[in-house]
Design a protein around this ligand. Structure first.
Ligand SMILES: Nc1nc2c(ncn2[C@@H]2O[C@H](COP(=O)(O)OP(=O)(O)OP(=O)(O)O)[C@@H](O)[C@H]2O)c(=O)[nH]1
Ligand SMILES: [Mg+2]
Length: 461
């Protein structure tokens, strides 16, 4: 598929702000011509030869003003990022210079690119499918190495490759059934009904296997929220700082130090963990403190996991019991903090606590027990399963929704066949499934089927 865009787009492709190098990118039929107008190679007679870096000057062709010195690379279509002619002008990374170069490109025939438009063109030109386009966005936005790797795997087409045989299998099933509908008298379907069922079962099983990965995939992509809660002064903010490895929150010996919620992201084994430090829970009369406590309760409700902090050097009191009560119905992990001090809880109390949730002894002051705490957090968020972030290919909610919809449609088609409904009913389901899978990668499915039907079957009428 080739999408012929008439206009040439231009944008600054590097982030706003100052840097060593900044890039203005052009894509479209006039990319090279525009570059020629505003850029002169330093070497006499040099030209923008494909995929070669050329050093020279960018000047305003109307006034002759020198704007910057730049290294320019020309990537002729179709073997470029967008599939069109692309020119990259690597300038000095000053926002003023880059804006000026972009303006020159716009004055000489380019149009300002919309968000994602380079990648959109790559998709329209068949350079990448939708999964890969989304993966490029995820890769750029990745906050941990694991996220970046998952995005990279998708960018290289791992999910699309895994879906391809399923789509093919559905297309085969549809062709088999369409033929049966055409030649009712031939009774084609009865013969091959069992092979058809086996095909559908295989597709259902494979889609379920991919969908099952989504829990891990979502964790890798979005991370999890952990609310750190407890009564005042037990060391929540100290633990928050420890897990972040920096002094982010204010810590004092005064109970009620933290008033507002603080959210920061740490990484545990490559999984982004959004930590929420909260105001200590207690019966408070101070208005500001009451508002903070209200937020702490909201944080408990919103969290994927609650880290309940208790002061291990003191016996439990009413406030601790209130905290334990407030978190009894959410996934939680108990941290018995201040383990550097003599233990103040009796063994029965600890035993009783352990029966309600996993418990970890830590010291935010010395860092003791922190590795074990991280390990336990990881175990809870991965539900104890052998979590292999390296294998994750399904991270995107849109893909997950479509895979489930495709699975459901095949299940329905299978039921219709089994219960003896006409083939047309089952065909509707299979076409639905195919459409869902096609939507994931952005491929047009009806054409696929038509092409295949006409190329592989000699109907002869
Ligand atoms: N000995 C010891 N002291 C600690 C430990 N963790 C925190 N503290 C001290 O306990 C006090 C309270 O710590 P914070 O981290 O501010 O406690 P918090 O739970 O955030 O308190 P609020 O924000 O008031 O709810 C400070 O004086 C800390 O230095 C620990 O592991 N051992
Ligand atoms: Mg605090």
């Amino acid at each position: 598929m080739t999408y012929l865009s008439e206009d040439t787009i231009a944008a600054i492709s590097t982030p706003p702000g100052r840097s060593g190098i900044g890039i203005v990118r052009l894509s479209g039929p006039a990319a090279r011509e525009i570059a020629h107008r505003i850029f002169r190679p330093k070497t006499e007679g040099a030209d923008l030869s494909p995929r070669r870096a050329t050093f020279g000057e960018i000047r305003d062709p109307d006034t002759g003003d020198l704007v910057d010195e730049a290294v320019v690379t020309f990537f002729p279509g179709p073997h470029s990022y967008t599939g069109e002619d692309v020119v990259e002008l690597s300038c000095h990374g000053s926002p003023v210079v880059l804006r000026r170069v972009l303006d020159l490109a716009l004055e000489h025939g380019a149009r300002a690119a919309g968000p994602g438009e380079f990648t959109l063109r790559a998709f329209l030109n068949g350079r990448i499918d939708l999964v890969q386009a989304e993966a490029i966005r995820d890769l750029i936005e990745a906050q941990t190495v694991t996220q970046a790797r998952a995005a990279l795997r998708q960018m290289q087409g791992n999910l699309s490759r895994r879906l391809r045989p399923i789509r093919q299998s559905l297309v085969d099933a549809i062709i088999q059934m369409e033929t049966a509908v055409e030649f009712v008298e031939d009774d084609v379907l009865t013969e091959s009904r069992s092979s058809l069922m086996a095909r559908l079962d295989g597709a259902i099983a494979e889609l379920e296997a991919i969908a099952a990965q989504y829990t891990a995939g979502r964790i890798v992509r979005e991370g999890i929220h952990i609310a750190i809660v407890g009564k005042p002064n037990v060391g929540k903010s100290s633990l928050f700082n420890r897990l972040l490895s920096r002094e982010r929150a204010i810590v004092t010996e005064i109970p009620g130090t933290t008033r507002d919620m603080l959210i920061e992201t740490a990484s545990i084994e490559g999984i982004p963990v959004h930590l929420v430090d909260t105001a200590g829970l207690r019966e408070a009369s101070d208005r500001v403190e009451c508002l903070g406590i209200e937020r702490s309760r909201e944080a408990i409700a919103d969290a994927d996991l609650v880290l309940v902090v208790l002061d291990g050097s003191q016996p439990l009191d009413e406030d601790d019991r209130m905290v334990l009560e407030a978190t009894c119905s959410v996934p939680r992990l108990l941290a018995l903090n201040k383990h550097d001090l003599p233990e103040g809880l009796d063994p029965e109390a600890i035993q009783a606590l352990q029966e309600t949730a996993p418990l970890c002894r830590v010291s935010a002051l010395t860092g003791q027990g922190l590795d074990e705490l991280r390990r336990q957090i990881l175990e809870i968020i991965t539900s104890g399963s052998a979590f292999q972030p390296e294998d994750v290919i399904l991270t995107n909610a849109r893909h997950h929704r479509l895979i489930i919809a495709a699975r459901d449609a095949i299940v329905q088609a299978r039921r219709a066949l089994k219960e003896g409904y006409s083939e047309e009913v089952a065909l509707v389901g299979l076409h639905d499934a195919l459409r869902c899978l096609g939507e994931i990668t952005g491929e047009v499915t009806i054409e696929d089927i038509l092409n295949q039907i006409f190329s592989t079957f000699c109907i002869g009428k």
